[in-house]
Design a protein around this ligand. Structure first.
Ligand code: ADP
Ligand code: MG
Length: 704
């Protein structure tokens, strides 16, 4: 230890201090312990939140200036290029006025003879000798076969200059200074950098050691080395993050007592066999995952993801029934009253024949009726309560709540989720969502939860045909709609806003309702649905549409979630470019719920490339997971959930979208580690445990 001990450091720690520090402490010292970094420089670094040696060493470049040699045939017009060539003939120097000059060199690069032009650097002429090799970097003009050079070196290309790191800087610091400081830090303390990833994982993925990778990120000997160094740190960041999440999850599971729900398997089988259809394999798998959690002593904290129409409701019914056979009550919480009503209806239909009492509780259930329900709930004569957030109010108390399911989970805030979890004697909790959350996000944001995925649609479902039409094609679109309606089917028409707005040139539901009423005269009845209607009015409109008294439902996005009218086979979405991919997919999921072919028309005239790409993707796939991945790619992780509450972790080198394979790998490795006894006991993993402790993951501190 301690070959190069700085003066400042000795002053601070005394003679014996060096040996007394372990490596972590050593690297956690102030940057002033680095010889060559004084108080002033330390202050500049502090402005960038770099305070320790470790902080400086781990201030990674965010990109590299690329000096790789390239074949001119591959270089596009105006791209930057570095080439090596021999000087062909005497360079010519021309002055324009006193200060401006132009030096032209003819350079033989492989088989090409190109021109290289230097502006205002007349002194270079003496350095460049005929028939000698030089290396130049500049902008390629393909038409003129000319490089406008800004850098030149005499001699052949040198490989260790392939990439030059570029760092984020702030205040007084320049990239050049940072480079120099990192070099100092590395030469004095680089040898102290210790490995934290277990050897077996390093070998398995052929990862560079931490020390090598750190050096290679800052001073790559070539592009390949930089790539390998990055690969190592991507894995490290993901592994540490996943270990933290999973350690938290394990602690939470083991520290919060749950219910071991001893459900009646034979009654459950009977119930499943009574269903009008066999479960899909995916449904069977997730039911088993959930039941295993329910049976265990631990408390379930599980996310169930399944695309629209993948059959989550029946999974919920099975689990609720299981809980009831174990002597518990269940609750289902949904974001809107319409949905609550629909769920109450479908759950009653499924469960009532088995003696289960379902009840609906929304904010519009009032007075005597409400008091009655609350009393029965406490008595335990209601088995399943379905409702909106009214369910989590204080006055609502259960006799023996065993299982809570929330549908459309992401619409509920973290706080609501917590209140829900605290109802009853630590009920098991299942969060269902129909918005396929990209895997990468699910395993980061919900990393502390278990995730079940229904990745299969019930058989015999026809794929919805989706088309993108420009607004001027509206007449033809209405023709198509008419054809569907004339065959007895129904249609949704979705508009982004309720009323006319001066600011936004957007079709609004009320206008569209008027236009369509005129267009279809008295042939079809047109309903209108939007968020400003009262609960009773909404319900009325929805009922009319469900019972086919109304054939066309003009609506804002309030119909987005869960609504089920299988006879509706046509959807027209106005100004579709205003919606995100996931939302369009949710909307589209309102059709295609019956056995007939369904259609979705996107009326849109997007101006941006991203907008056009969105429309095209919608017409190409019905797979919600594909769309959500794409959405994430187009919008970025911050926007996907809404920037503020996203709670997404920040990684230094890793990118959740592009490095998702590494993320999955790290997640699996972390799971295995956390479950193993060795991880918690063996000396081999002490470094990782230390890291977790530092990240607060071992003290029971919650992430939520
Ligand atoms: P989700 O809530 O996941 O969007 P639903 O639970 O509403 O989907 O199911 C959509 C439709 O598919 C319902 O009409 C339901 O009865 C039906 N369904 C569910 N599971 C199956 C299955 N295994 N086979 C056939 N139809 C099914
Ligand atoms: Mg549903």
């Amino acid at each position: 230890m301690g070959r190069k001990c700085s003066k400042a450091f000795r002053k601070e720690t005394g003679e014996k201090g060096y040996a007394a520090l372990n490596v972590t402490e050593l690297l956690n010292q102030s940057v002033t312990a680095i010889k060559g970094i004084g108080a002033e420089m330390a202050e500049n670094l502090a402005d960038m939140h770099i305070e320790t040696i470790k902080g400086l060493l781990e201030h990674f470049p965010y990109r590299y200036e690329d000096y790789r040699l390239r074949d001119l045939a591959d270089v596009k017009h105006e791209e930057k290029v570095t080439v090596e060539g021999t000087v062909h003939g005497e360079p010519s120097l021309v002055y324009h006025g006193r200060k401006k000059s132009r030096l032209t060199v003819r350079l033989l690069v492989d088989r090409y003879l190109v021109k290289v032009v230097f502006f205002n650097q007349p002194y270079l002429k003496q350095k460049i000798a005929v028939n000698e090799t030089i290396t130049v970097t500049g902008k390629w003009d393909q038409h003129r076969q000319t490089i406008t050079a800004n850098e030149m070196s005499v001699g052949a290309y040198s490989k260790d200059k392939e990439l030059e790191p570029v760092y984020a800087v702030k205040g007084k610091l320049t990239v050049k200074t940072i480079r120099r400081l990192i070099k100092l830090a590395f030469s004095q303390f680089g040898s102290q950098v210790e490995e934290i990833i277990p050897a077996e994982l390093l070998q398995k993925y052929k990862l560079m050691s931490r020390r090598d990778a750190l050096r290679a990120l800052h001073f790559p000997s070539g592009a390949e080395e930089a790539k390998q160094a990055r690969r190592r740190f991507v894995y490290e960041e993901f592994l540490l993050f996943q270990l933290k999440m999973q350690a938290l999850r394990k602690l939470e599971r083991e520290q919060t007592p749950g219910n071991a729900q001893a459900y009646d398997l034979s009654r459950l089988k009977e119930f499943i066999e009574s269903l009008p259809f066999p479960l899909t394999n995916a449904q069977k798998r997730v039911v088993n995952e959930i039941l295993t959690d329910m049976k265990s002593l631990y408390r379930m904290n599980r996310l169930l993801q399944g695309d629209v129409g993948s059959g989550k409701t029946v999974v919920a019914a099975i689990c609720l029934f299981a809980s009831i056979t174990a002597g518990f009550q269940g609750a289902l919480m949904v974001p809107t009253e319409i949905l609550a009503e629909q769920h109450a209806e479908s759950l009653t239909a499924l469960l009532a024949p088995f003696g289960v009492t379902c009840e609906l509780l929304t904010s519009s259930v009032k007075g005597k009726r409400r008091r009655e329900i609350l009393a029965k709930l406490q008595e335990g004569t209601i088995n399943v309560l379905i409702g909106t957030h009214a369910l989590i109010q204080d006055e609502v108390s259960f006799r023996n709540l065993g299982l809570v399911i929330t549908d459309e989970q992401h619409r509920f805030g973290v706080e609501q989720r917590r209140i829900l979890r605290e109802k009853g004697e630590n009920p098991d909790v299942l969060f269902m969502t129909a918005t396929p959350i990209p895997r990468t996000l699910a395993i980061t944001v919900f990393g502390e939860m278990d995730v079940s995925i229904i990745d299969e649609m019930p058989a015999g479902r026809k794929a919805i045909e989706t088309y993108w039409a420009k607004p001027e094609m509206l007449d033809r679109v209405l023709g198509l709609m008419d054809k569907e309606l004339s065959q007895g089917r129904q249609a949704y028409v979705i508009c982004p806003l309720i009323e006319e707005s001066d600011k936004l040139d957007v079709q609004n539901a009320i206008d569209v309702h008027n236009i369509l009423s005129l267009h279809f005269h008295n042939r079809y009845k047109i309903g209108l649905m939007h968020g400003r209607l009262g609960a009773a009015e909404k319900e009325e409109v929805m009922k009319e549409f469900s019972s086919n008294e109304v054939q066309v439902l003009v609506s804002t996005t309030v119909v987005e979630v869960g609504v089920n009218v299988p006879n509706a086979t046509f959807m027209l979405i106005y100004d579709a470019e205003r919606f995100g991919l996931s939302q369009l997919h949710q909307l589209r999921g309102r059709v295609g719920r019956g056995s007939e072919q369904s259609y979705c028309i996107l009326l849109a005239d997007p101006k941006s490339e991203v907008g056009k790409e969105r429309m095209t993707i919608m017409t190409e796939t019905n797979d919600g997971f594909v769309l959500s991945e794409k959405d994430l790619e187009l919008r970025g992780p911050g926007d996907f959930f809404g920037r503020k509450q996203s709670g997404l972790p920040e990684f230094k080198v890793a990118d959740m979208v592009h490095d998702y394979r590494a993320l999955e790998t790290a997640r699996n490795d972390a799971a295995l580690l956390v479950q193993s006894r060795a991880f918690w006991q063996s000396e081999k993993y002490a470094g990782l445990r230390e890291h977790l402790a530092a990240a607060g993951a071992l003290s029971g501190e919650k992430l939520d």
